[in-house]
Design a protein around this ligand. Structure first.
Ligand code: FES
Length: 177
């Protein structure tokens, strides 16, 4: 009875305030950000809904097809699968971070344009991130290595993507990066 009277006089007395979050510091495309929202928010939604970096695409909650790939500390990661709390003090690179500061396209981006390797474009950001990682590990990748990338293209651009990656490989080897 006494508790009911206390609640009636102060209806907020039963509410436990949520702990104030310190925030998660993360660097994205060379710029510092602090995420103070839900620590379990997937990186993909932070990029798209908070920062409005919409290049990275949703394919599935588990990254199937590779359209949501980003680099985290230079390693390809599914942005749909990784929660913000795992990104404290990490460096994230999205497709928006590939071009030079003056807007000059990265050799991979230029090669995709030159080889007409872009259909609807939905899969393209993921291909660019995956192939950048591939070229970092294997500057002159074989067809098999390219074909082992996890990316899918429903527009059927795989053959042109393969040519684009080889064109970028040659450009980067020739110092045109
Ligand atoms: S270009 Fe359309 S899904 Fe690949």
């Amino acid at each position: 009875m006494a508790q009911a009277q206390a609640l009636a006089s102060n209806p907020t007395s039963s509410i436990t305030p949520e702990k104030v979050r310190d925030g998660i510091e993360v660097e994205i495309n060379g710029r510092p950000f602090r995420h103070t929202g839900d620590p379990d928010m997937p990186l993909l939604w932070y990029l798209r809904d908070v920062l409005r970096l919409t290049g990275t695409k949703y394919a599935s909650d588990h990254g199937l097809g590779g359209a949501d790939l980003v680099l985290v500390d230079k390693k390809p990661v599914s942005a749909a699968s990784v929660p913000m709390h795992e990104l404290a003090d990490k460096k994230v690179t999205t497709v928006e971070g590939l071009a030079a500061a003056d807007g000059k396209l990265h050799p991979l981006q230029q090669a995709f344009v030159d080889e007409d390797a872009i259909g609807c474009g939905y899969c393209t950001p993921g291909w660019l991130i995956a192939s950048l990682d591939l070229l970092n590990r294997h500057p002159q990748p074989s067809d098999d290595q390219i074909d082992q990338l996890p990316n899918l293209c429903r527009c059927g651009c795989q053959t042109r993507v393969r040519r684009a990656i080889k064109r970028a490989s040659a450009a980067m080897a020739g110092g045109h990066a």
